[in-house]
Design a protein around this ligand. Structure first.
Ligand code: IMP
Length: 174
């Protein structure tokens, strides 16, 4: 990682401004209600922590972890639940929070799986969206930033488990 060239794509100041607007939008949409926010481990933990602290409505939190079997950083079609949520979601308003949507395979699988548990509503908030790389159709309800192709790290996102701790988002060069 140290030897890897990288450039800041979104600074922590830009990120926190965007998160405040996202949280305002979500709070307006669910005004008067209560949310179950489900973070997808590990990448979403920092985004989720910042997002929920900017919400103006109460929420409960839970986490899911998915396993994607295939080659390294690119998801194959084979997604499975590695760690399930613990909260019952039937009849509840549920918001999935994810770090990044790329091919769309991971989130399509999670949405399908959680819908089977009959939540009252189910929406998805992604920090980053690589819209051009979809293998399956997937549209998030709330998006932090849309980005081009390229591998990004920091603010929870990793490269081989490194760089999650960085406060800014970087794009890896070459
Ligand atoms: P999808 O199923 O292809 O949409 O995969 C999304 C998952 O791939 C994310 O949760 C990340 O773990 C990983 N991923 C995709 N692109 C990047 C990236 O640029 N940086 C870090 N992780 C990424």
């Amino acid at each position: 990682m140290k030897s890897m060239k990288k450039e800041v794509l979104f600074s922590k100041e830009v990120i926190s401004g965007r998160i405040r607007s996202l949280a305002d939008e979500i709070s307006r949409d669910y005004a008067g209600g209560e949310l179950i926010v489900i973070g997808v481990l590990k990448g979403a933990f920092i985004f989720m922590a910042d997002l929920i602290r900017s919400l103006q409505i109460p929420c409960m939190v839970d986490f899911a972890q998915l396993a994607s079997y295939g080659s390294g950083s690119v998801s194959s079609g084979n997604v499975a639940i590695k760690k399930d949520i613990g909260l019952p979601i039937a009849g509840k308003d549920v918001l999935i929070v994810e770090d990044i949507v790329d091919t769309g395979l991971t989130l399509s699988f999670l949405v399908k799986t959680l819908k089977e548990r009959s939540p009252r509503s189910l929406k998805v908030c992604v920090f980053l969206d690589k819209k051009m790389r979809r293998k399956v159709p997937f549209t998030a309800d709330y998006t932090g930033f849309t980005i081009d192709d390229g591998f990004v790290v920091g603010y929870g996102l990793d490269f081989n488990e490194q760089a999650r701790f960085l406060p800014d988002v970087y794009v890896i060069k070459e």
